[in-house]
Design a binder for this molecule. Sequence first.
Ligand code: ADP
Ligand code: MG
Length: 246
Amino acid sequence: MITLSSINKSFDGNRVLRDIHLTIEEGTVTALIGPSGSGKSTLLRCINLLEIPQSGELTIGIEQIKFAPNARIKGHDIRRISRQTGMVFQNFALFPHMTALDNITEGLVTVHKWDRAHARKRGEALLEKVGMLHKRNALPNTLSGGQQQRVAIARALAPSPAVLLCDEPTSALDPELSGEVVAVLRQLAQEGTTMIMATHDLRLAANIASQVVFLEAGEIVEAGSAKSLFTDAKKPRTAEFIASLS
Ligand code: ADP
Ligand code: MG
């Protein structure tokens, strides 16, 4: 289980996340929706500690960390938490000079100290899972966007993180290419991968998320099942936002 409790994040005094409380059950998918600038990416980055909140508490499984305004968080504690997470970015962020397979094995070997043969086996199994084994020796710039994103998902899953964080995973893709990424994400969801995903794609959210969270101006306005938010929102702002996208 993952819990965020009273998480606050400011940039230069500008409050971007306000008192965020969120619980994510193991094996479920949570979709973060909300206007541009509402804090979706920052929330994801506060879970893998690419950003350090000013206050609050974060728990991922057995790992817990507390934030306080003047407390310096140690690198060891950041790694202890960030290792529980895998991140998928809107623009794939593959290493351009490395093959699909090397993109996956690199972190396993250098960060996680796996031996090369073991990492290679893991990489090939994951490429097979996302339908990309036939492209194991291809460089990213020879792959379509959908193919690159599938490799990026495989890379994020390689060290078996407790949670997969996806920041607009289909937003850079044409509709015909986003379908193949959605299919992979849906399969992972069905297999019980815990995921938190920022997305503009309400169909994707409705399709795979058991919990949808509507953020606005750094606050959680409303959270609930996809069905309850999309057809029976309690707050007018939620309904307005959903209507604006549909
Ligand atoms: P979203 O992903 O929902 O579009 P973001 O989390 O990217 O929103 O941004 C939320 C707010 O935080 C925006 O106003 C953005 O300008 C600000 N912000 C995000 N990252 C930084 C940063 N590194 N420095 C300063 N402001 C930032
Ligand atoms: Mg964003």
